[in-house]
Write a protein that binds this ligand. Structure first.
Ligand code: A3P
Length: 289
């Protein structure tokens, strides 16, 4: 069993799990992007799997010349070792590529080729709670038993993928780029069909209202949780698996679970940090919670 400190390492001042090798992080810019790559970006626990499921269904429903459309969901671009980029080269287009990297760290070709990027944002309090449980249940991350300790680490950006605040800020200047679509977890919960419509317009995929409804149903929390219980993911598939253990992903899937975790004092401290760090952020202003 690896020691606790061996489960996380730091690169460019940001903590990463050992699923992201240092060697790969050093060679991110060697990733060869294609113009039809679609990037699915999120800070961890913001609804990455949900969005990936919607996108997979959205592409599959599309009627192309050969019948049903497809998309290849890869593993996150920062997971694995440098040989992974060789493997990604052999995957068919379009590739749907998840990542938790901030904007600055993205492989350069994804930017120069203006690949479509979808950034999903979740309110930071629920994100912190979700990440806390993920740490607790995941043998590949350090054990942090106490919520108070975890919350302090989250606020200092000492958790995997670093500071939530910095992550959002890194996207602020790109929120209006033509190749970028920003989605919000809370808005998706309120009206998933509206978000699916936004996605289909952004990706140029024509869908009937019936198909949109069908995708919303297929990607609902209960459907996905049930499906995950049936699925047996191969943890050795480092090219195509978004997650090696899907059981850890589907916990509650709600908005506002933070209220069951934050004390009044913790809420005050957290709100003060939001005020101080996110005052100028337009993205923050759009989070409804
Ligand atoms: P909770 O821990 O609050 O339940 P990610 O996919 O980025 O790791 O995010 C995981 C979070 O998204 C978990 O939050 C999970 O329950 C939630 N989630 C996953 N699928 C969902 C769905 N279909 N609808 C709503 N939330 C979902």
């Amino acid at each position: 069993m690896p020691s606790q400190s061996a489960l996380v390492h730091t690169f460019n001042g940001i903590p990463f799990s050992t699923r992201s090798s240092k060697e790969l992080l050093h060679t991110l810019d060697s990733f060869e992007a294609r113009e039809d790559d679609v990037l699915l970006v999120s800070y961890p626990k913001s609804g990455t799997h949900w969005l990936a499921e919607i996108l997979k269904n959205l592409y599959r429903t599309q009627q192309g010349a050969n019948g049903c459309g497809t998309v290849t969901l890869t593993s996150p671009i920062e997971f694995g070792d440098p040989s992974k980029y060789e493997d990604l080269r052999n995957l068919p287009s379009p590739r749907l590529i998840p990542t938790h990297l901030n904007y600055k760290m993205l492989p350069v070709q994804l930017k120069t080729k203006k690949c479509k990027m979808i950034y999903i944002i979740r309110n930071p309090k629920d994100t912190a709670v979700s990440l806390y449980h993920y740490y607790k249940d995941n043998p590949n991350l350090p054990t942090i038993d106490k919520w108070t300790t975890f919350l302090e680490m989250f606020l200092r950006g000492e958790v995997v993928c670093g500071s939530w605040f910095d992550h959002i800020h890194s996207w602020e200047d790109h929120k209006n780029d033509d190749n970028v679509l920003i989605l919000y977890y809370e808005a998706m919960k309120k009206d998933a069909t509206r978000s699916i419509e936004q996605l289909s317009n952004f990706l140029g995929v024509n869908l009937t209202p019936e198909k949109i409804h069908e995708i919303a149903m297929k990607s609902s929390f209960s459907e996905m949780k049930e499906q995950a219980q049936k699925e047996n993911i191969n943890p050795n598939n480092t090219v195509c698996a978004l997650t090696s253990n899907k059981q850890l992903i589907f916990r509650k899937g709600t908005v506002g679970d933070w209220k069951n975790h934050f004390s009044t004092k913790q809420t005050k401290i957290f709100d003060a940090q939001i005020e101080e760090k996110m005052n100028s952020s337009q993205l923050m202003k759009c989070i409804e919670y």
